[in-house]
Design a protein around this ligand. Structure first.
Ligand SMILES: Cc1cc2nc3c(=O)[nH]c(=O)nc-3n(C[C@H](O)[C@H](O)[C@H](O)COP(=O)(O)OP(=O)(O)OC[C@H]3O[C@@H](n4cnc5c(N)ncnc54)[C@H](O)[C@@H]3O)c2cc1C
Length: 546
């Protein structure tokens, strides 16, 4: 099933105009369980970005093993194959180029069966032991504390994949099949009724899934194929239609960032005990340390999600439902999407295991759980954090693009002609209508409208929309006086705008022509296009119509 072309249809443009993008209060906490604001997470993310990217591109973290042909256990998933080139995965075939610790002799034969079946003394066990220094047999790993199937990565059909050669981006996968997967995942959010703390657990589960979904949507909008230029570039309209217009989805991405960050923070004390193969050990540990030391415990309070009196059954249910989410990735009919879907769900599953299964008061369980993490869980955890880090960076990028478009500097000439006299008159007309309607609407009616626009998440404080029209005073006389003052100021503003626009026009046209001429000349003589169109800001005068 493919959904190859995305054009800005009317729905998108309307969505863009009515956007909620700027209505998130960046100084609010991300959620009741996170003692950190959106702004603080943005700063943390900026500080760790370079080290994290370097870490994820290192030979140790950039390879992953996965069985891309595992059968979907939920339904017959043969009704839609993604045949786009972008859906495919390039697997590693040139083994000679791989670092020593990924060589088949060290990994163990790919024809061996799953980990559980693996002989305790075989090379793969030794390799994993070397990573975590557990000295424990793999068959000992308790499956009752896992939030994913950790055998997924060792099946006989598992292939080795270089993640840097297969970035997560727009693939064209979508339609009924992808929709079915998402709706099945959201249905997993139906917990047994009547359990204590059910709503918090349900809320956490929903946020995790929605944040994961939003993060994918952000990546595919950030790296979208522009079919005209053949380049991968950010698509603001697509981002707004899928994520930007939904503050709860943006919030959920930040929530997921906090969850995974806290899990990483929790394993930091055990970092010296990890052994990442002699060659890269020190370098990897330094980088991990640089990243994790920027995080702190307040980012997320896992104890608030699973309340103390929470019954074990509800926790078991949470675990098995999340396991289902990781399993349903086998039904994704686009290999590239399945790869990243599996990595991220495994990353979340690992974070949940660290957060919810470790008993802080019991040092033995801590060491036991962290010590038994497999290489794949660790890679998935870091890669998932990397995906979320990029999502947050992208949200900030899209916000800048959004601001630019709103201020009209993206297309100055178009914006100039859009703001011609007639559209100003139209805006002024709307404004008069709005003023009169506002005067005639009773206080109760206004409150009703405001309440109907309230959002699903109570903890997400959305600043009330600023009313630019002055509040009508009690008397009818002063209402008409206010309306008259507003309208005269609008008419004056309109005339000022037109006057300034005609003054600025020759200069803006000259700058635009010069910019284009530079570009054309560079293209003609074949040098890099170093002159950006927005090098010089054009003179713009903002229209302040009320
Ligand atoms: C596991 C998986 C991985 C994928 N990876 C990729 C990829 O790498 N590249 C790619 O191009 N496509 C990928 N896709 C496809 C992509 O997620 C969309 O399904 C596809 O682009 C079609 O989008 P859509 O607008 O029809 O709505 P969908 O994204 O399919 O969403 C279905 C419905 O869910 C609701 N919804 C949407 N987002 C959220 C949210 N964050 N929170 C709550 N509700 C929401 C909306 O009501 C929406 O109509 C993947 C799909 C899956 C299932």
């Amino acid at each position: 099933t493919t959904n190859n072309s995305y054009t800005s249809n009317d729905q998108t443009l309307n969505a863009f105009n009515d956007t909620h993008f700027c209505k998130l209060d960046r100084n609010d906490n991300v959620s009741p369980s996170c003692n950190v604001t959106f702004n603080e997470l943005n700063t943390i993310n900026q500080n760790i970005r370079d080290d994290l990217s370097g870490l994820l591109k290192s030979d140790f973290f950039k390879y992953f093993r996965l069985d891309l042909y595992k059968q979907c256990s939920f339904w017959d998933a043969n009704d839609g194959l993604c045949l786009n080139r972008a859906c495919s995965v390039d697997v590693v075939e040139d083994w000679d180029k791989l670092p020593e610790y990924w060589q088949p002799e060290i990994l163990g034969s790919f024809n061996n069966d799953t980990m559980i079946e693996a002989d305790n003394d075989d090379d793969e066990c030794k390799f994993l032991d070397q990573l975590c220094q557990t000295g424990k047999k793999l068959a000992d790993i308790e499956d009752t504390i896992n939030y994913c199937d950790i055998n997924d990565f060792n099946g006989k059909n598992a292939v080795l994949i270089d993640l840097t050669a297969n970035p997560e981006r727009f693939t064209g996968y979508g339609g009924k099949q992808a929709g079915q997967i998402w709706s099945t995942i959201y249905q997993d959010n139906c917990f047994t009724l009547g359990e204590t703390g059910e709503s918090l657990v349900k809320d956490a589960f929903y946020r995790l899934v929605s944040g994961f979904h939003a993060s994918i949507g952000t990546h595919l909008s950030k790296e979208y194929l522009n079919t005209k230029t053949g380049k991968w570039e950010p698509n603001l309209d697509l981002f707004m239609a899928r994520i930007g217009n939904f503050p709860d989805r943006v919030t959920n991405m930040y929530f997921n960032y906090a969850v995974v960050a806290k899990a990483l923070w929790k394993i930091q004390p055990y970092l010296p005990e990890f052994s990442f193969c002699d060659l890269v050990n020190k370098e990897i540990k330094n980088k991990m340390d640089n990243v994790i030391s920027q995080l702190d415990t307040n980012i997320f309070n896992e104890d608030l999600v699973f309340a103390n009196d929470l019954s074990l059954t509800l926790k078991d249910e949470f675990r098995s439902r999340f396991k289902n989410v990781t399993k349903i990735m086998d039904c994704v009919q686009c290999d590239r999407c399945r790869l990243w879907g599996k990595i991220q769900t495994t990353g979340y599953a690992t974070a949940l295991k660290i957060l919810f299964e470790i008993n802080d008061a019991d040092e033995f369980t801590k060491q036991d759980i962290v010590g038994k993490l497999t290489k794949y869980e660790l890679i998935a955890l870091l890669q998932t954090f990397g995906r979320l880090s990029e999502s947050i960076e992208s949200v900030n990028l899209f916000e800048k693009m959004y601001g630019k478009r709103l201020n009209g500097s993206e297309n100055r000439l178009t914006s100039f002609f859009q703001n011609n006299f007639f559209s100003i008159l139209k805006k002024a007309g709307k404004s008069i209508r709005y003023t009169i309607e506002n005067i005639n609407t009773t206080k109760e009616e206004k409150e009703k409208v405001d309440n109907s626009q309230s959002h699903a998440f109570d903890d997400l404080r959305m600043p009330k929309q600023k009313k630019s029209v002055p509040k009508a005073a009690a008397g009818v006389g002063s209402k008409w006086k206010n309306a008259w003052e507003t309208e005269t100021s609008n008419v004056l503003e309109a005339f000022k705008f037109i006057y300034r626009s005609y003054l600025d026009l020759p200069r803006n046209v000259w700058r635009l022509t010069l910019g284009k001429a530079y570009k054309f000349w560079n293209k003609f003589i074949g040098v890099a296009d170093y002159v950006k169109e927005d090098v010089e800001e054009a003179n713009t005068h903002k229209l302040n119509i009320q």
